[in-house]
Ligand binder design. Structure first.
Ligand code: SAM
Length: 552
């Protein structure tokens, strides 16, 4: 913070109030995310202001910063409607106003407190903008907050079956313009993503997802059997006060009080693997048998490798996994994690562009045929926006929808005009470089750039499945363009003609679950593929499809 801002902060308490440390930290985070075009979590990790706060204030600062980023476009629209004729907002003033506008619209803070704090927060940034902030925030409190509250009540009415609260549009599952407007207002998502969400999961599930969208994401863990026996996990988690709740009869636990997980050392020691329930279930669909050979494509920092091994170990023994990823630093992180997990003899990492996996000859270090090839594809991350709030308003529609405006694309489509930028992928859809001249085949064939890259990776990886072996394709996106469309396009290629779709519920790792776990999986399985939806268990939206290569 500059000296001017510090002076302004010291003198800001005109009527005895001053901006709270949590709100100042939130506005700092929002500014940093904008200035660095970064991710909230990465910026938060290095934030001294955040580190100096109490746990309660840190939680509030994170809630405000994540919310202000997740709803930024919606907040600008609301604020913009009260700014007409009032001139241009300096970016640092806009950052502070977004934080306060989010608090007014989406948190239960009394309006008078949120407005007063908002004015003081803006005064810290720019004393002369305090009057403008006062005028805008008062109108947001009087006009927009009641609109959001009413929309929320209607959505809750639909979800709980309270027809009086739901209002006249209660009947039927087809979304009309009022439904879409309510969903957009309550979730803060861009209109196009709301539209896509309803198309992908249906109106009832979209309502639940939109109601949850701005709540803190739940924390799920499962034990790494190499360091903590699954039988001892519940007592260990409960003893630390984490409030574990078992998900049906799986080995996955929801932590009802996850606050102490970070300081418990369990994650650093690789005793437990934190990952959303959806990711944990995808790993069960892809679970390798003990002793199986596995090629994991898009290994990233190794979370799924740990989950795949946990599933194999729970059934008697380790699998042999080779993970490939185009990002060298992720491979380094993954190797470190496997050492901590005592799995480095069984899981290795290779820096490789997966598009090089195709053809008769396998690249150096890669075997010719694997029992299982698991493609954890680079994707938009649209199913994980609760955890990665910057995705919602930075994801370029044209990167996932064919025929969109030029310029929104992913590297690897570089041979195709307009393919040069990257979408807002939490796990690096943006790959640097790529094999010489490797155009994404689908780019020219009607797929948008990101699905085209996914198809190219899936097709190349499929070449490494042995006859009779399995190919699992997964994304953390709900967009059909990245999911079923890619799988359908793959099955239509020469390589794909050798594969047939196999129901996820018949996967070995799923059949080994008890009745309740299998029922949970079945509830997420539509036409044989998997798409997780928020319901009894809050979770991200992930997709996976399982395919088997013909022959033995
Ligand atoms: C969804 S993330 C994988 C997450 C990872 N499996 C985990 O559980 O931590 C997709 C990964 O694909 C990698 N990736 C993107 N393009 C790639 C390519 N052409 N070849 C190999 N990996 C790629 C990204 O670096 C990213 O780590």
């Amino acid at each position: 913070m500059g000296g001017g801002e510090e002076r302004a902060r010291r003198t800001s308490g005109r009527r005895g109030s001053r901006a709270s440390a949590a709100r100042v930290a939130a506005a700092d985070l929002v500014r940093e995310v904008r200035a660095r075009d970064g991710r909230v979590k990465d910026v938060a990790r290095g934030s001294a202001a955040l580190a100096g706060l109490s746990e309660r204030d840190r939680d509030l600062a994170m809630r405000l910063a994540c919310g202000a980023v997740a709803t930024s476009g919606r907040l600008d629209e609301v604020m913009g409607s009260h700014l007409t004729g009032r001139g241009h907002l300096e970016p640092r003033v806009r950052d502070a106003l977004r934080v306060s506008c989010f608090e007014l619209l989406y948190l239960s803070t009394p309006a008078s407190v949120a407005v007063d704090q908002g004015v003081e927060l803006v005064r810290v940034r720019s004393p002369r903008a305090a009057g403008l902030a006062n005028a805008v925030l008062r109108r947001v409190a009087e006009e927009d907050r009641p609109r959001v509250e009413a929309a929320r009540r209607r959505l809750e009415g639909h979800v709980t079956g309270d027809a009086a609260a739901a209002g006249p549009a209660a009947a039927g599952d087809a979304a009309d313009a009022d439904d879409l407007a309510d969903l957009a207002l309550v979730s803060g998502l861009p209109d196009w993503l709301v539209h896509e969400l309803v198309g992908a999961v249906g109106l009832p599930a979209a309502r639940r997802a939109c109601l949850d969208e701005l709540e803190p994401a739940p924390v799920y863990v499962r034990a790494n059997p190499m360091n903590l026996s699954p039988g001892e996990a519940p007592a260990c988690l409960a003893g630390l006060g984490l409030g574990p709740r078992r998900v049906e009869d799986t080995d996955v636990y929801l932590l009802e009080r996850p606050g102490a997980l970070a300081s418990s050392g369990l994650v650093q020691e690789a005793a437990v693997v934190p990952a959303d329930l959806a990711a944990q279930l995808v790993a069960l669909v892809a679970a390798p048998r003990p002793g199986a050979t596995v090629l994991e494509v898009g290994q990233g920092r190794g979370t799924k490798s740990l989950l795949l091994e946990a599933a194999a170990l729970a059934c008697g023994g380790v699998a042999d996994i080779l993970g490939v990823d185009s990002e060298a630093f992720k491979c380094r992180v993954s190797r470190r994690r496997m050492e901590a997990a005592r799995l480095s003899d069984h899981v290795s990492s290779l820096v490789l562009d997966a598009r090089e996996l195709g053809g008769k000859e396998a690249p150096a270090g890669v075997a010719t045929g694997y029992d299982l090839v698991f493609v954890d594809a680079p994707c938009s991350g649209s199913g994980t926006m609760r955890r990665h709030p910057e995705i919602a308003w930075s994801l370029a529609r044209a990167s996932v929808e064919p025929g969109g405006p030029e310029g929104a694309a992913v590297p690897g489509c570089s041979a195709v005009p307009g393919c040069s930028a990257a979408p807002g992928d939490p796990e690096g859809a943006a790959v640097s470089g790529g094999p010489e001249g490797a155009a994404a085949p689908g780019c020219a064939g009607g797929l948008a750039p990101l699905p085209a890259l996914q198809l190219q990776i899936l097709t190349a990886a499929a070449a490494r499945v042995r006859p009779g072996g399995e190919l699992v394709y997964a994304t953390c996106s709900f967009l059909p363009q990245e999911n079923a469309d890619v799988v359908d396009a793959f099955l239509g290629t020469d390589e794909g003609a050798d594969f047939e779709l196999a129901p996820v519920c018949e996967a070995w790792g799923v059949r080994r679950l008890g009745e309740k776990g299998q029922r949970l999986l079945r509830s997420f399985s539509d036409r044989g593929t998997f798409l997780s939806l928020p319901g009894k268990w809050a979770c991200d939206l992930h997709f996976c499809a399982r395919m088997v290569r013909r022959g033995q």
